[in-house]
Structures are given as C-alpha cells and as structure tokens.
Design a protein around this ligand. Structure first.
Ligand code: PEP
Ligand code: MG
Length: 586
C-alpha cells in the first residue's frame, strides 16, 4: 500500500485518453473477514432473526439500485438485477443456513459464509453455461448479505455522490452500465488490453482509463489519491505536490488542445489537395449519438449492437431493436449509419443465449458463426435493421467473416428477412449497402473473392491484429506484442484496400488503429476511404487529414512499408506527422 510520502508510478495499458485525479473507490476487492464465533442454543432464534433482517435489507438495497438505474438508463439495464433478487428467494439456501445454525451453533455470518462458499463452488462447476453464469450473481448477492450481517455498508457504484476513480480487477457490463453518468472520473483495472470491451466502453464514455495493471487492486488502498493518465497509461499513487501540479498543467494543456480541435467540427475531413475522406465514429449505445455529432463525425462507421443483448434476462425483440436503430438512424440523418450485426462471443457473452464455455472464445463460436447457426436470433435483428433502413442512410455489415461462404449464407438470410417483410407489406430500403468486416487474416487474403459479394469493406484492426500476430487482445501479459504498426498489419491493410479498390468498392476502417493520428497519416497514404473511431479521436484525425496532401501521405506510407519493425514504423510516422503538422502539433 502506498503512503502519502512516497508517490508510486505504475504503468499499464492506455485505454481511454485524458487525465483525471481523485480519490480511489476500490470495487470488489476488499475481502470480507469472518471471525468464527460460537453461540449458545438460546441465541439461535436471535441469529435467525438477524439473517432474515439481512435478507430484507439486501432486497431493499437491490431494489433501490434497480430503480435508480432504471430511471437513468432505462429498463433493460436494470433487468440484470432480477437475477440477483432471485438468489434472495432461494429456499434451499435459506433452509440450509437455518438447519446448520441449529446443528453447528455458530454465528449466522459464519454459517452463511460457509454455505455460500459451497454454493459458489458447486455452481462454478456445473456443465450448464447458464447456471454457471449465475455464480457471479450468487457471489455478488452473498457479499451484500454478509455486509449487512456484519453491519458493514459500502456504497455501490450507483450510489456514489462524489467524483471517484474506480479501481477494480475488471469491470463487468453491469458495472459499466451503472457507471454511466455517475461520478466516475476515471478507472484502472488489473486485467485487459486496449481493445477489450472495458477499454472501448471507457472511451465511449470519455472517461480516462488505464487497464492491464496486473495487481493494482492489491497495491492501492481505499483512501489513496490517484492520477490516471489514460493517454500514456501511467497511474500515479499518492502524488506529491510537484507531480500533481505538473499533471494539472498537462491536463489544462490537453483540454485547451481538445477545445481548439473542436473548432474543426464543422470543417470537412479533406486533405490540402482536396481529397475528401469519410470520417465517422463508433458507438455502442444509442445515447452516444449527441457526442458523435459534437465531435464533428459525419456518420457512424460502426454501431456495435451486441450491447443490446447484454445485461438482461431475455432477448431483445424485433420491435425493441427496430426502435433503437430507427432512433440512431434518424438522429444521424443525412449521415450514414453502419449497423454491425451481432458480435457476441470473444469477450462479450449474453447469458440468455446459453453459449457453451470454450477454451478459445476468440477463435470460437463468435459473431457471424453464431448468427449463421442461430438464424432464429439473427433474422430478428436483420428484420429490425431493414425496417430502420427507411429512416435515413443505413448500411449493414457482418463481423468476423472468414470466407466468402459466410457472406453468401448471411446474404441469403438477409434475402429471406426481406421477403418476410415484403409479405407483410413492411417497407425497407432495397438499396441498403451490405459490407463485410475484414478482421480475420483468411478474409484479408481472399478479399478479391469476398469483394464480389459486398458493397464495402470495413477493416476491424482490433481483431485483425490479434489474429494476424497471434496476440490475445485482452491479455495484459502480452499487450506489448499487440502492435498496430507491425509490418504484417501494414501489408494486410494495404492488400485489403487494393483488393477493394480493384473491385470498385470502398474500404474503411473501424478498428482503434484508425484513431491513432500517426498511423492515420499512413492509412491515408494507403488510400483508405473511411476512418471510423471513438468520438473523442475524431477531431484529432480530422486535423491530420486537413494538414497534409495526398502526395505527402502516400510518401509516408510507401516509406513505412519498407521498414522492418513496428517501432521503426511508429517512430517514423510520428516524426513525419510532427513535421507535417508543424505549429499545429501538440
Ligand atoms: C475490430 O475488431 O476492429 C472491431 C472494430 O470490432 P470489435 O472491437 O467490436 O471486435
Ligand atoms: Mg472485431
């Protein structure tokens, strides 16, 4: 644990840019210690009453959180807590505690702690994925009950009343849902890489974050003060006055730059010699549309729809999805919105879909593979997207394509969905463009074939890098090997753009690489047509595009392709960008 006198500098993976400073809120890392305490037989009724009271208080606590989240974020986010409420009604668990109180004559928290441990162990071993996923619900509720029994109360993320920096092992989708619009000014986690879903969520919420710090939850205490530098990946624990002031100055500078960049908001993403590039942004939730427009993006290049399926106990209906897509499409009109079909699996799972546990989920039953196997689920989404397509410019793209067969099969299901709508007289845009994400090396190498079946490509570098370099995108231990500027990645991107253009289709990129200024310069030189990135990155990328000519960008790309290592490419592109931006560089 750090003391105020000794600032510590920790280095992790930069996940979401910006600097924030504040007190720590340690999430779920404090261990609950139970002291073994015997009771006399006449105390048993009193212990049972204490247990019942703790159950009532826990129920009330969960209902309060559920109500608050429901009001702020909508019903679907609050539904996850239904599973927690069900745990409280588990008669077998309650009866076992009462029976053991009588037989063991120990304080109720000791008994409950034991029973809980046994339950958690049993649930974590069952075959059924759905039941196994209930383990975390049981643990979560169990901890709440224990805290009530011990008279300890800890505010939850939903109850925060002052700005804090969350320190956690990882953040679950329910954590991130509760965090939204709360007093969370930063977060740091033990695990994760820069394209893990936690990192992507932090970026879309515009919260500075550093992930993959390995043991940060062990090194930081609840009353510590932190500086989180999400731009460089540094976390300072209990900074001294001089460090604090220098970060204050840096923050003020970054904010001034951010404000200055926003002046570009209404200017076109156009090179000095007039080449117009399409600059769009990525979103996870419909509520993010205003941020997209505020940052001057001209469309949505990736609408990740899987968040719809998370944090809930049922599947989203066609109408519900249609309403969300319609809203986004309408609010963005006349700009285009590319809706990506469901990409579950990898590091995002929906408990309702009962997918099996896999050894290698990123190589497993994920995205389009899952959708083609479950046309019942897929077609609901396809119809919803088609219905939304008449409200603005809608495009659709398939994730994780690894061969042309998958595109053909998906297109076949899309045709069936259209037919179903036609039968019921429901309108859709017959001209809606359909594209493929190119994020698997086999697709990258057969782009010329795939291009025959689609109207555009969007390069998903978050996955393309992990598959091409064999580096798990969420594993902090090998984060240093996750290199967007690796010569293999550059060659793949070049090949994809060229194959797309040869087939006369446009090629964009919606992976995080498109949001890195020095690499964006290089991508521009590779003739990429569209850049889609987190809204916060949009002004910076626009600045790069507007500062150069195509000739300059092409020269940078050509030279970068001759370099041998990722470091050489990065250093070269960064130096070139600095030179080209001149006085505009930060
Ligand atoms: C990608 O893989 O680059 C991408 C944009 O998709 P996701 O991060 O959702 O996998
Ligand atoms: Mg992907």
């Amino acid at each position: 644990m750090a003391s105020a006198a000794s600032p510590q500098f920790l280095r992790g993976v930069p996940a979401s840019p910006g600097i924030s400073m504040g007190r720590v809120f340690l999430l779920d890392s404090e261990e609950i210690t139970i002291t073994r305490r015997h009771i006399a037989p006449e105390q048993i009724p009193q212990e049972i009453a204490r247990f019942e009271e703790a159950l009532i208080q826990t129920r009330q606590e969960i209902l309060d959180i559920q109500r608050r989240i429901g009001q702020e974020l909508g019903g679907e986010h609050a539904e996850i807590f239904n599973a927690h409420l069900l745990v409280l009604e588990d008669r077998a668990l309650i009866e076992e505690v009462i029976a053991r109180l009588k037989s063991d004559q120990l304080a109720v928290e000791c008994i409950f702690f034991d029973v809980l441990k046994r339950y958690v162990r049993a649930f974590s071993r069952v075959e059924d994925e759905y039941l196994r996923e209930r383990t975390s619900d049981i643990e979560d509720v169990g901890k709440r009950i224990l805290r009530h029994l011990l008279g300890q109360r800890r505010p939850s993320l939903a109850e925060l009343s002052e700005p804090v920096i969350i320190v956690a092992y990882d953040l679950s989708p329910s954590d991130t849902a509760t965090m939204h619009r709360r007093h969370v000014i930063g977060f740091v986690t033990d695990i994760g890489g820069r394209t893990s879903h936690t990192a992507i969520m932090a970026k879309s919420l515009e919260i500075p974050a550093v992930v993959g710090l390995e043991d940060v939850t062990q090194r930081i205490a609840s009353d510590d003060f932190l500086i989180v530098d999400g731009t460089t990946g540094v976390v300072v624990v209990n900074p001294d006055e001089a460090t604090r002031q220098s970060y204050e100055a840096l923050r003020a500078r970054l904010e001034a730059i951010g404000q200055a960049l926003l002046q570009l908001k209404d200017l076109p993403a156009q090179t000095k010699d007039g080449r117009r590039v399409h600059l769009a942004a990525n979103i996870e939730l419909p509520e993010e549309v205003p941020a997209i427009l505020a940052h001057g993006a001209e469309g949505i290049g990736l609408y990740r729809t899987e968040f719809f399926y998370l944090n809930r106990s049922d599947l989203p209906t066609e109408d519900e999805q249609f309403e969300a897509y319609r809203r986004v499409v309408q609010e963005m009109a006349p700009y285009p919105v590319i809706i990506r079909t469901l990409d579950l699996g990898g590091d995002k799972f929906a408990s309702t879909l009962k997918t099996p546990r896999e050894m290698n989920p990123f190589l497993g039953w994920r995205a389009i593979r899952f959708c083609l196997a479950r046309p019942d689920v897929f077609k609901v989404q396809l119809r919803a997207i088609l219905r939304a397509s008449t409200f603005g410019t809608t495009k659709l793209m398939y994730p994780l394509i690894s061969s042309v067969d998958e595109v053909r099969q998906a297109n076949q299901l899309l045709e069936e969905a259209k037919e179903e709508l036609r039968t019921h007289g429901v309108p859709y845009d017959p001209e809606m463009e359909v594209g493929a994400m190119i994020e698997v090396p086999s697709a990258a190498l057969t782009c010329d074939i795939i291009a025959q079946e689609v109207r555009f490509f969007s390069i998903g570098t978050n996955d393309l890098i992990q598959y091409a370099l064999a580096v798990d995108r969420v594993n902090e231990k090998i984060a240093y090997l996750y290199e967007p500027a690796h010569p293999a990645v550059l060659r793949l991107v070049k090949a994809i753009v060229e194959a797309g253009h040869a087939a006369r289709i446009w090629v964009g990129m919606c992976g995080e690489m498109a949001g890195e200024p020095a690499l964006a310069l290089l991508l521009l030189g590779l003739e990429l047509d569209e850049f889609s990135t987190s809204p916060v990155n949009v002004p910076r990328i626009k600045q790069v595009i507007r500062a150069v000519t195509m000739e300059q960008a092409r020269r940078v790309a050509a030279r970068a392709l001759t370099l041998k290592t990722s470091k050489e490419v990065e250093d070269f592109a960064t130096a070139q960008l600095r030179e080209l931006l001149g006085g505009l560089a930060s």
